[in-house]
Design a binder for this molecule. Sequence first.
Ligand code: FE
Length: 343
Amino acid sequence: MDQNSLNDICVRQLSLSGVRDGETLAVLSRGDERGDFANAFLFAAQELGANTFHMRLPNSREASGAWAVGESGLAGNDVAVEALKQSDMLIDLTFLLFSKEQFAIQAADTRILTVVEPAPLLARLMPTRELRERVEVGAELLAKARTMRITSPGGTDVTYQLGVYPTMSEYGYTDTPGRWDHWPAAFVFTGGADDGVDGTIVLSPGDVLLPFNTYVQTPVTITIEHGFITDIRGGLDAELLSSYIASFNDPRGYGMSHVGWGLDERAHWHGLTQFPGGMGMELRSFYGNVMFSIGPNNELGGPNDTPCHFDIPMRGCSLYLDDEQIVRDGDITVPEMRPLDRR
Ligand code: FE
């Protein structure tokens, strides 16, 4: 994408995010990564009358795996963290997600938007106020629920006890002090009680393994007892999943992490020309997917901060909150969460 178009979508993003005269917008990047994004956000902030600056961290000195969850590049860099805390909004081009520095910056009322996906995806899944409203309807329903049950034609039947952890929403922009979001995104999630997830999840062909960035080819049967995976069975996909988790040598890697559903009808399960790029935000967001996750729950305030983490968007599932059906066979049943032309 050329710089003018990138500037333009960043102006639209920062307008949605409420950036205005008198605010200070910080842009955080690392090494040589995403310099074009940094330039576009600096331009956009000035267009909207805000003060702005770019903080560039050195490259990571450690070779990173598929995801280096929790390793922020700000660790021990107190002066940098303090400067970011004083801004009104931080554009995170480095993927701070799950780091304690991110939590500290949010606690200072700085709102944070993570932007790491390819520019064409940012443009195609530009957030809207309408989509935000639908996501917030979902978050309200989820926050009230005591249990979540997920079923699928493949044999999934799992129940999460809710009410311990907060509900989170992601809709791709943020105008609320201290709130984090990720562009693009359209989904809601919470976590089950630490020992309160029981049942079976059967991954079906076409379900997505992030961060492998692969589609499941053969069914994988996952047994969950008291919030932890106790058995993983199936063919090659099961072996890959289970040996990857085992490689962390961390029993907490078998914990059950966040769970929820996606709402963006513009997001594709199949990708447009190849496996959807970047961090897989399109796959987390596609309409009617039910996504469960394995690993840490510290993002929700829980005790598990294992670096072993999977997000697994699934197709064709049904999801119930208490006894109310929310998703039926991959289609959202609550009218206020459906696109306007599908109500
Ligand atoms: Fe996750």
